[in-house]
Design a binder for this molecule. Structure first.
Ligand code: NAP
Length: 404
């Protein structure tokens, strides 16, 4: 087996036959994983004519792991992902009462996958609830390891909650009633800035116009508000020559030139801005909870969760996954839309530097949509025949052409 290696500065050394891990996932996971792996393999074959090939390594997690090993996320699976460096996963059910908040959150924290990257772009032909879905072309960088997702919370009647209420009252004079559960929202400078750094680097590398810091700092001043301040500070200290603040830009619009404009918006306003001024936004950098809400809302504008890809990226490992969950009502029926996982595969190919294959894959998905080849989630809104999940994968493969 040939594993991808990580060199200094997070650079990947990718052999021509890298071993890449895949987790099938629960619910619709096995259906969409099967379709996606066929499409990814076909894109690699078309782009490199057999000179490059992925050697897939199945990694157990979720319900299947529980059945076979008695654990939802066995240590061997974590070790295997570490070895592979790169993995792609189907959605996983959140097991109740096993000490896990969520398998997904556990994976993100275990591998310190601090940037959750979610591109949202319109495919012509896809039904949308808005008038101009083609204006949407945003990439969300969501902080993935802290905020309310850090899992620091206690039930109202736990000993910990009682002690904390007592402490708050004794030390700070803050009175909370006995029926109050408590959660803690940690937001640190280091973790905020490494996320904003990734977003700005992405914007510069991909010639994007702006990075908007999305925060609720008017209310949560020392968490969300600090996220904004630290974001601006980082932009000035590390990217002073290549970025400009929106204030500076508005005073002298010609001054931006090729520079990336750094803006900020309060979260509630942002939810309306993405609808009313869609094309004024580009890359968004935000905290964990904001990013979760916002990326689903953005996905809805361009046709829904079935089309939304994502990546969890750290300095070493990266795990690519669909934004949606296990959609249990469609489990095992071969009817789910595999596009989100297929496009996560394109992100994965680009991440390992196999951009030609990523482009083949992206173009083929575009072609399938422009010819109204869709699964039931979209077909029911378009009055066209629905393809099965596997059939959609085959239609995408049929539309792959070698790129020059
Ligand atoms: P969900 O699985 O995302 O499904 C919600 C709805 O979205 C589905 O009922 C379906 O809508 C639509 N949908 C989602 N993916 C689709 C696809 N590929 N093709 C077609 N339609 C799709 O959300 P949920 O029901 O709230 O969550 C179910 C489980 O997934 C939970 O255990 C949750 O914890 C887990 N989850 C896992 C992840 C992850 O692994 N990263 C993420 C989110 C949730 P219609 O009913 O309108 O057809």
């Amino acid at each position: 087996m040939s594993y991808i290696e990580v060199k200094e500065g997070s650079k990947l050394s990718v052999p021509n036959n890298p071993t890449i891990g895949y987790i099938e996932g629960d619910g619709i996971g096995p259906d969409i994983s099967k379709a996606s792996i066929s499409v990814i393999n076909a894109a690699v074959e078309v782009a490199y004519s057999g000179n490059k090939v992925i050697e897939w390594k199945k990694i157990l997690a979720g319900d299947e792991a529980m059945e076979k090993t008695g654990k939802h996320l066995p240590q061997e699976s974590l070790d295997e992902i570490k070895k592979c460096v790169i993995a792609i996963k189907g959605p996983l059910t959140t097991p109740i009462g096993e000490g896990f908040r969520s398998l997904n959150v556990t994976l993100r924290q275990y591998f310190d996958l601090y940037a959750n990257v979610r591109p949202v772009k319109y495919f012509p032909g896809v039904p949308s609830p808005v008038k101009n879905p083609e204006k949407m072309d945003m990439v969300v960088f969501r902080e993935n390891t802290e905020d309310l997702y850090a899992g620091i919370e206690w039930k109202y009647d736990s000993e910990e909650a009682k002690k904390l209420r007592w402490y708050l009252k004794e030390q700070f004079g803050i009175k909370l009633t006995d029926d109050t559960g408590i959660g803690i929202k940690p937001i640190s400078r280091f973790k905020s800035q490494r996320l904003v750094r990734k977003a700005i680097q992405f914007a510069l590398q991909n010639h994007r116009k702006s990075v908007t810091l999305v925060h609720k700092g008017n209310i949560m001043k020392y968490t969300e508000g600090s996220f904004k301040e630290w974001g601006y500070q980082l932009a000035a200290s590390e990217f002073g020559d290549s970025t400009i603040t929106e204030d500076e830009y508005l005073k002298s619009p010609g001054s931006a030139g090729w520079k990336v404009v750094i803006k900020d918006r309060i979260t509630d306003n942002m939810f309306q801005q993405v609808l009313t001024r869609t094309d004024e936004y580009d890359v968004l950098a935000t905290t964990n909870l904001n990013g979760d809400y916002l990326s689903d809302a953005l996905a809805a504008q361009v046709g829904g969760l079935g089309l939304a890809p994502g990546a969890n990226i750290g300095d070493v490992n990266a795990i690519f996954e669909a934004v949606h969950g296990t959609a249990p009502k469609y489990a095992g029926m071969d009817v789910a839309n595999p596009t989100s996982l297929i496009l996560s595969g394109a992100m994965m190919l680009n991440h390992i530097g196999w951009n030609e294959a990523g482009e083949v894959l992206d173009n083929a998905v575009h072609a399938a949509y422009s010819e109204q080849q869709v699964t039931q989630d979209l077909a029911r809104q378009m009055n066209v025949k629905a393809l099965k999940c596997s059939e959609f994968g085959n239609e995408v493969i049929k539309r792959m052409k070698k790129i020059k």
